[in-house]
Design a protein around this ligand. Structure first.
Ligand code: FAD
Length: 595
């Protein structure tokens, strides 16, 4: 089974749930028209479906191979990468000044989803290159930009993001890689990084490493981190490739999934130190890192959506074919398993979670566009706060449901799901890493409550709650029996989110430990209310379009929004109780962990 890019659904979610339609209409993207947007999505869908998706299985079975310091990617990957970058996909949202196409982040987000649905281990490399480009554009010197941006943006060179060391994972401030000032203004880098995605490979002839390190006289912790650009090959004065830098991959990891993505241990300074160039200012590397990570966190969230979409497509195909038992009301013979209520429940849960996560990710991308492009400063600030609020939710919820949906996909297949041949197991294995890298989902939840809820004195989250309430009122006001009790369920979800938010804002200073205990439940609660409202927005938009010209098929969107409200959002009141009261039982129970 392979993947079919769901271009129509993607376009509909972008336009009607994520706010891309209004942004386009109000001219946020200049004269960009719907025809161009549709053409880009269609073409990306074709590339993902026809060229990338068939590589997913060979990537998993053969994987990347490490020998004598070099990495060989799986058969067909190099050709596919070259075709992909030659088509300009790497620079879709990059600045035109450096060779990019300056198209919306939101459009790029939709494409990132498709690349990762087709082959997650493939999509992962470019998303890190794009994150490095963002950091260089935002913080790099003109000289570095001129030397590196055009080829990073065209995709002729790929980038890596290097934070992790054996003693420094979630605690980035513990990193020890050292950078010493050299007489020529560059730096000499020594140390070791682990788990570095695409740290070495044969897809491009140079690899540009974005490496966090500290100066010998740097303050401890995160206040003493600096970001360096460390090319695999140094450049000659004319920009062509020169000497090999003192940086190498020592080995690659054997992993649960994404076998085609080489995960490298990197060694710097065998011969006295790799040459690195400072990005931004000394000891201000965290600011650069956050530029890089914000983009990468959203992109990893999109990986969750991507794998969920592919798993859902595969499970649906299987459930239509596989016959077992006789469904209630069937005349004779055995029925396709899709006819059984429990299988329908699984498939609908998969579809509803995938679409809710997609809407949340795309909405985050539209806010990033507004934060960059809006002509009004107050609007840019508000959009920046909204994007900051939504980013941890986009990353953690989408990757959590990526694994949940892929697991349901295995379940729909029964025993065949556990057998590698069907491919359902690969989605489940591939999905799991996205909950861990780019900041674990536990760290995302902490970020949401400790850093994002207090934005604008709590104003950012309260404004958002106000928007969700408007959707609830619109659902109730639609007076459409097809919504069933969706308005009431969504109303209860938003009430629960408000209750938990108010409690957390009151606790953060007084009793931070109690607040932190409920962080993960709060993030899920947030996504259940937000995702439910976004699916309702899609349904309401479909009804409007149908009212205008009868062109859309609103009944299905209303039914899916109702399903989410009645089967997912209904968990919200329980989650709010866990947030508010859960900490009381955590510490007494923690004593049992000493046994
Ligand atoms: C396949 C793969 C690819 C990767 N690619 C890259 C890459 O390209 N570049 C890169 O720099 N890194 C990369 N990583 C590393 C990845 O980002 C880290 O594994 C991740 O950040 C977690 O760090 P850790 O593994 O040290 O886990 P730890 O930090 O040890 O965390 C273990 C557990 O403790 C929890 N925890 C830790 N601290 C806290 C806290 N303060 N409060 C609450 N809970 C906490 C975590 O949530 C987690 O559940 C990759 C990892 C893998 C496996």
């Amino acid at each position: 089974m392979t993947y079919r890019a769901p271009v129509a659904d993607i376009a509909f979610a972008l336009k009607n749930a994520a706010g891309f339609g209004p942004a386009l209409a109000e001219g946020l993207y200049g004269d960009l028209g719907e025809d161009v947007v549709e053409a880009v999505l269609e073409e990306a869908g074709r590339f993902a479906t026809d060229i990338l998706a068939p590589l997913n299985t060979v990537g998993d079975r053969q994987g990347a191979i490490f020998k004598d310091g070099a990495v060989t990617t799986a058969p067909g990957w190099k050709e596919a990468y070259h075709a992909w970058s030659a088509a300009g996909w790497n620079g879709l949202a990059a600045p035109a000044q450096w060779g990019g196409q300056d198209l919306p982040h939101a459009l790029n987000a939709a494409c990132i989803e498709m690349w990762n649905s087709a082959a997650m281990a493939f999509g992962l490399g470019p998303l890190l290159t794009m994150a490095g480009v963002d950091a260089l554009v935002e913080h790099g010197s003109d000289e570095l930009k001129r030397a590196y941006l055009p080829k990073l943006i065209s995709g002729e060179w790929m980038g890596t993001m290097q934070l992790t060391e054996p003693q420094a994972g979630s605690d980035v401030g513990a990193l020890r890689t050292m950078a010493v000032r050299a007489a020529d203004g560059s730096y000499r880098i020594t140390g070791q990084k682990i788990f570095i995605t695409y740290g070495e490979h044969d897809l491009t002839d140079n690899i540009i490493h974005f490496v966090l390190a500290r100066l010998p006289d740097a303050p401890p912790g995160t206040r003493g981190i600096s970001l360096f650009l460390v090319p695999k090959f140094l450049l000659k004065a004319d920009g062509s490739l020169g000497a090999r830098n003192d940086a190498r991959a020592q080995s690659i990891e054997h992993k649960l999934g994404i076998h085609a993505s080489p995960t490298c241990t990197m060694v710097y300074g065998d011969a006295g130190g790799a040459t690195g160039f400072l990005i931004g200012e000394e000891n201000r590397g965290m600011a650069c890192m956050f530029t890089m990570m914000n983009q990468a966190r959203l992109s990893v969230g999109l990986q969750g959506v991507a794998i969920a979409e592919r798993a859902t497509q595969q499970a649906l195909d299987y459930a239509r074919e596989r016959k077992q038992g006789r469904a209630a009301g069937a005349q004779d013979g055995s029925s396709p398993i899709i006819a059984h209520p429990d299988v329908k429940r699984m498939l609908l849960t998969m579809r509803a979670l995938t679409r809710a996560a997609r809407a949340i990710c795309y909405a985050t991308a539209v806010e990033l566009d507004r934060a960059q492009r809006s002509p009004d400063e107050a609007a840019r600030k508000a959009a920046h706060e909204r994007a900051s609020l939504l980013t941890p939710v986009a990353k953690a919820f989408s990757t959590d449901i990526g694994t949940e949906v892929a697991s349901l996909g295995v379940q729909v297949h029964g025993g065949m799901g556990y057998i590698e041949e069907t491919g359902a197991a690969q989605h489940y294995r591939d999905a799991r890493i996205a909950q861990i890298y780019e900041g674990t989902n536990g760290i995302q939840a902490i970020d949401l409550i400790a850093r994002k809820l207090p934005l604008a004195g709590g104003g950012a989250v309260r404004d958002y709650l106000g928007e969700l309430r408007r959707t609830v009122a619109a659902v109730k006001g639609a007076n459409d029996p097809a919504f069933g009790a969706a308005g009431e369920h969504l109303g209860a979800a938003v009430d629960s989110l408000e209750r938990a938010t108010t409690w957390l804002l009151g606790q953060l200073d007084k009793a931070p430990e109690a607040a932190l205990a409920g962080a993960t439940s709060y993030l899920r609660l947030f996504a259940s209310a937000a995702g439910g409202c976004m699916l309702a927005d899609e349904a309401l938009a479909a009804l409007r379009v149908a009212g205008d010209n009868g062109a859309a098929a609103p009944a299905r969107r209303v039914a899916l929004a109702r399903f989410f409200a009645g089967n997912v959002a209904t968990a919200a009141p329980g989650l709010a109780t866990t947030v508010v009261e859960g900490a009381e039982s955590l510490e007494p129970a923690a004593a049992t962990l000493a046994d």
